[in-house]
Design a binder for this molecule. Structure first.
Ligand code: 5AD
Ligand code: SF4
Length: 471
């Protein structure tokens, strides 16, 4: 078994049995040659982590993996529902598989993830794409081996969604994509119901994983050489609320931080309404937690924050940010922003611009509002035109570029500890990342990929730094 497959517990015996049965069938069908799976993941890190579980289950079912759908025996798209653009890409890319299926009718085509938990989408897929064999939502992940086996043996089309039993399933075999950077989910689902967001409807209510299981998995990752571990959840700050062990997120991360080793610990995503001073103090005092806070504020206007159901205002947000700046040396701040929420005016938007100027974020993830069927915001009046929203969006990008460039230039001349992540495309340079999540490009031998190094920052180009290795 490759090193990057980690079993947290044993999967349910029944599902293990299905993985063995699939391996046997595929062995006969492929006459001893390894079957290939092609997995394409859309959307956020939570989806990437789910795909790593699916890959773990497929590896145990005898599959190897392919970078292209063309030679695959099993094709899976793990989909994202958070914005319309992501959904459109899925529809386009699934449509493109029609010819492949015509040429190789024996391949199994499957779709899973957040889009598939929406009834109208699952129906549309079923009706428009008769060559899709298997459709399952986020709540059916724990019995994927059974779904795959059934789809292989009886040839009937399967759709399974709406299976939320509010449980946390453990014991998935995980095949991580990276060997030194890895995701570690600590909780699933969301209770916040921000009015624009589809996530609570497609991923269910908040469920935290048991502390000891998380710590065991973190220990195992550190032991097997992971250098950059990101704890994942839709709102990590409310970790532990549904457990009776009395541990909150700050305490959890403090315990992980106390594990010996040379590694960085990151986490995402935080919600300003639950981001505590205790957490910021923990980051400031820790040995391994990166000096980076991703704290999405979405809008700088109190009126819009209220309509979004965010449960904080601009003043409260700035209080946390200022506390973080005061306590954490050279903290790197990043955020998510939505432009053009229904009813947002240019005056509201200017509040967002003034907030980003005040905070001076390192980088931003910026989105134009996208109506999601079934969310309250999709029913709100939205008089501003798409063109106008695009204009505001470009203005936001320009302001942020100026801020990021200023922040990055202030780092020239400094020595930074970086993790070297890989080769930059089409050049001999390598890409590295600082603890604050800023990219540094440098010339260095490829053997250093996956190691921490000290680098002198020599240049800044917008939000990217250039550096020289210090040996
Ligand atoms: N439209 C645009 N952006 C959205 N996000 C979530 N829902 C929507 C939507 N309907 C953004 C938020 C969130 C990030 C993951 O995606 O900024 O923090
Ligand atoms: Fe969506 Fe809000 Fe939950 Fe984030 S906190 S997943 S934006 S509902």
């Amino acid at each position: 078994m490759p090193d990057n497959i980690i079993s947290t517990n044993s999967v349910s015996e029944k599902q293990s049995e299905y993985m063995n049965l699939t391996a046997e069938i595929m062995e006969i069908r492929k006459r001893g040659e390894k079957p290939l799976a092609y997995i394409r993941t859309y959307g956020c890190q939570q989806n990437v982590a789910d795909s790593e579980k699916i890959k773990g289950m497929l590896a145990k079912s005898g599959f190897d993996f392919s970078d292209t759908p063309d030679d695959a025996d099993f094709i899976l798209f793990n989909t994202c529902a958070v914005r319309e653009h992501a959904e459109d890409r899925v529809f386009g890319n699934v449509g493109a598989l029609k010819n492949l299926k015509r040429k190789h009718p024996q391949i199994v085509i499957a779709l899973c993830g957040c889009m598939m938990e929406q009834e109208h989408i699952a129906n549309r897929i079923y009706n428009s794409f008769p060559f899709v064999n298997l459709v399952f939502g986020t709540h059916s992940l724990h019995h994927f081996p059974e779904l795959l086996y059934n789809s292989l043996v009886n040839g009937k089309r399967i759709v399974e969604r709406g299976n939320d039993d509010k449980k946390v399933y453990e014991g998935f075999p995980v095949k991580r994509d990276g060997i030194f950077k890895g995701w570690l989910p600590i909780m699933y689902g969301c209770n916040n119901f921000c009015t624009y967001c589809i996530v609570p409807y497609v991923r269910g209510r908040e469920r935290s994983r048991e502390k000891n299981i998380i710590i065991g998995e973190a220990r195992q990752m550190i032991k097997s050489g992971y250098k950059d571990i990101t704890l994942l959840g839709q709102n990590v700050n409310s970790y532990g609320k549904n457990l009776d062990n009395g541990v909150n997120f700050a305490q959890l991360i403090k315990e992980i931080d106390s594990i010996d080793g040379d590694y960085w610990l990151r986490f995402m995503t935080s919600h300003p309404k639950d981001c505590s001073k205790e957490l910021i103090d923990t980051i400031a005092e820790s040995s391994h937690i990166s000096k980076h806070l991703h704290l999405p504020f979405q809008s700088g206007s109190d009126r819009i924050l209220k309509a979004m159901n965010r449960h904080y205002d601009r003043k409260k947000y700035l209080e946390i940010i200022n506390y973080a700046k005061e306590k954490i040396d050279d903290v790197s701040l990043t955020s998510d922003i939505i432009v053009g929420f229904p009813g947002e005016t240019y005056e509201d938007f200017k509040e967002t611009l003034s907030l980003i100027r005040e905070v001076e974020f390192t980088s931003l993830l910026t989105f134009i509002y996208s109506p999601r069927v079934g969310t309250p915001a999709a029913e709100m009046d939205d008089p501003v035109s798409a063109d106008e929203k695009s204009k505001w969006f470009r203005e936001l990008l320009d302001v942020q570029e100026e801020i990021a460039a200023k922040r990055c230039s202030s780092m020239v001349g400094r020595v930074e500890r970086v993790l070297i992540e890989g080769k930059k495309e089409k050049t001999d340079e390598l890409n590295a990342r600082t603890s604050g999540n800023i990219i540094v490009e440098l010339e260095a031998p490829q053997e250093l990929i996956g190691t921490f190094q000290n680098v002198k920052i020599t240049k800044a180009r917008n939000w990217i730094l250039k550096g020289e290795l210090i040996r």
